[in-house]
Design a protein. Sequence first.
Lengths: 245, 163
Amino acid sequence: MKPLKFTVSCIALTMTCLLGAAAMPADLREGGAELTSTGDFGTEYLDRMVFLGESTTTHLRARGGLRPDQVWANASGTMKLDSATLSRPIQDAATGNLITITEAAESRRPEYLVLSFGLNGITGFIQNKDSYLNNYRTLIERIQSVSPSTRIIVQSVYPVAQASCQTDWKFSVPPETINAYAETLNGWLREFCPTLPAVRFVDTASVLQNEEGFLRPDFTTDGIHLTKSAYDEILLYLRTHGWTE
Amino acid sequence: MKHKISAAAILLAAMLLPMGACRKPTQYTDALTAAELAADARAALDQTEFFPAEKGYLNDYFPIPEELTDYEIDLAADGNNLSEFGIWHTGNGVESISVLLRGYLEESFDRNRSFYDSYIPQETPKLRDAEVRVYGNYVAYAILNDTDRKTFFQTIENNLLAQ
């Protein structure tokens, strides 16, 4: 595709994403199946959570102050949500053995499982909403089939920092476009979560953004990955947007 | 005279040469299951620990026909390793499965290349150079390094010829 045509296409897609997000019904933005502001549920609430997601989730082990067994990850420390996700083994923090996500859910039966997928593969997801949401649905339904009492918390897709903060940019479109894509995915997730039982959406990405919607420069090491202070804010947001029935 | 003999010899050779190409097609057994072949492949590729993939593993690429039950896909257990192979045992569907698998490999490379390059760039060539081969009623694909790919296909073929 010629550069000018590609640029126009990106701009058009970005505008469509922004207008689509603004048109969302108010109740889905402000409530519904979204975890809204509560009092501080404290660290005891966080202690009952397990996290599964991309590299920005895996880094909770080193920078979030969580126990190793609270963060499920494979040896690479990153994942992409697709039809292979349930097949690829993760490492059991307790034994070091390789197990599937299904096996981990069945043996650990976490009270809360906090999921975060969307940035890895985002340029593909934005073109195939059904595939993204179907893979999320398959993952959630599998977990709940082996651990029916687990409550699933789906995090919003995290933003990326502006171009001047990027040290190793790998996406084919600029940061502002990625952030527009993330906003679109977050709109999809807001509509998606109420369709499943015991699933809630939480907008943790909101505490990471500056006024222009970029990841705050002081929250990132390389424009994408997060600092300890960013994780402090994410975990505080989870504590203060607790799951109430 | 010498030239006539030489010409006759050449003519005879030219007539006989195509007949050498009309060999009997290689006879592969139909008696082994995909699981049996996969077990031997894993044993041959013993430097890597493999995990069997779930049924929906390829759903992002193509739905596996319901009647096709004799297949196995194995992936490297290590999240930093892209090694993967698959074996299908099918009667009439060999060609269509091999087309679908070639499509899967191409599309997977296109879709996932930048993601894999971002953290395991040394592994991406396995997907770039992935291969599909047909052995009678069996189709096998390999996302492996050059040495392992050779070992894998040799193991499959040896097993299917040996029966």
